[in-house]
Design a protein around this ligand. Structure first.
Ligand code: ZN
Ligand code: ZN
Length: 183
C-alpha cells in the first residue's frame, strides 16, 4: 500500500535482470572508503542509502550474496544488502540519475583517495559510524583556532629560559595530514 505522496524509487542491475524498488525516504545516506567497499565495488569508495527492510521489495531477478552483499548472478552488479532490519542500497543501482540522495556521513576517511575532498556537510568518521569518538565535521574557514582540550590547560609561558616548553596539545591528529599541494 503506497499512497500518492510517498516517494518510490526503482533500481536495477546492469543487465536489468534484477529489479527492485524502495518506498519512502531512506533512514540515512553515506559513503564509505573501507577496504570491503573498495574491493566489492572495484571503485575507490561506495555510496549507499539505507532504508527500513520493509521499504525494500525485489521485483525480478536472481541474486547471490557474499558476506551479506547481494549481486546479480548474471552480471555481477551490486544491488541490495539485506540485514535483519535494514536494506542497504547502492545509490548507483537506482534508475534515475542523479538521485536526490546526498550523503550525510563519510566512513574510513583515512582510506579516502588523495584526489577526493571531504564532502563539505558530511560528518567524518575515521572508521565505522559506531566509532562516534572519531567523528568530526569537515574543516571550514575559521576552524584554524585550536580546540581547547578538556581537562588540560594551555601551557603557561614561563620566563625561565632553561625550562623546556610544554608540548603543544594536539586536539586532532588528523589535521597533521596536509591536503596535497594545488597548483
Ligand atoms: Zn544483472
Ligand atoms: Zn565500507
Amino acid at each position: 500500500m503506497v499512497d500518492q505522496e510517498t516517494t518510490v524509487r526503482s533500481g536495477s542491475c546492469l543487465c536489468r535482470g534484477v529489479t527492485f524498488r524502495v518506498v519512502g525516504q531512506p533512514l540515512r545516506v553515506g559513503i564509505c572508503h573501507c577496504e570491503e567497499c573498495r574491493k566489492t565495488s572495484g571503485s575507490t569508495f561506495s555510496a549507499f542509502a539505507i532504508w527500513p527492510l520493509d521499504a525494500f521489495e525485489q521485483l525480478t531477478g536472481y541474486t547471490s550474496s557474499y558476506s551479506g552483499r547481494s549481486f546479480c548472478t548474471t552480471c555481477g552488479s551490486r544491488v541490495a544488502s539485506l540485514r535483519d532490519d535494514e536494506a542497504e542500497i547502492m545509490i548507483g543501482s537506482l534508475d534515475d540519475p542523479p538521485s536526490d540522495l546526498i550523503p550525510e556521513y563519510e566512513l574510513w576517511i583515512g582510506r579516502r583517495e588523495i584526489w577526493l575532498n571531504a564532502l563539505p556537510e558530511a560528518v567524518q568518521f575515521s572508521k565505522d559510524r559506531e566509532d562516534s569518538d572519531s567523528a568530526s565535521r569537515p574543516r571550514r574557514p575559521g576552524d584554524d583556532e585550536p580546540m581547547p582540550v578538556p581537562g588540560r590547560e594551555p601551557p603557561v609561558q614561563e620566563p625561565d629560559p632553561d625550562r623546556l616548553p610544554d608540548e603543544e596539545p594536539n586536539p586532532n591528529p588528523d589535521e597533521n595530514r596536509e591536503p596535497p599541494m594545488r597548483v
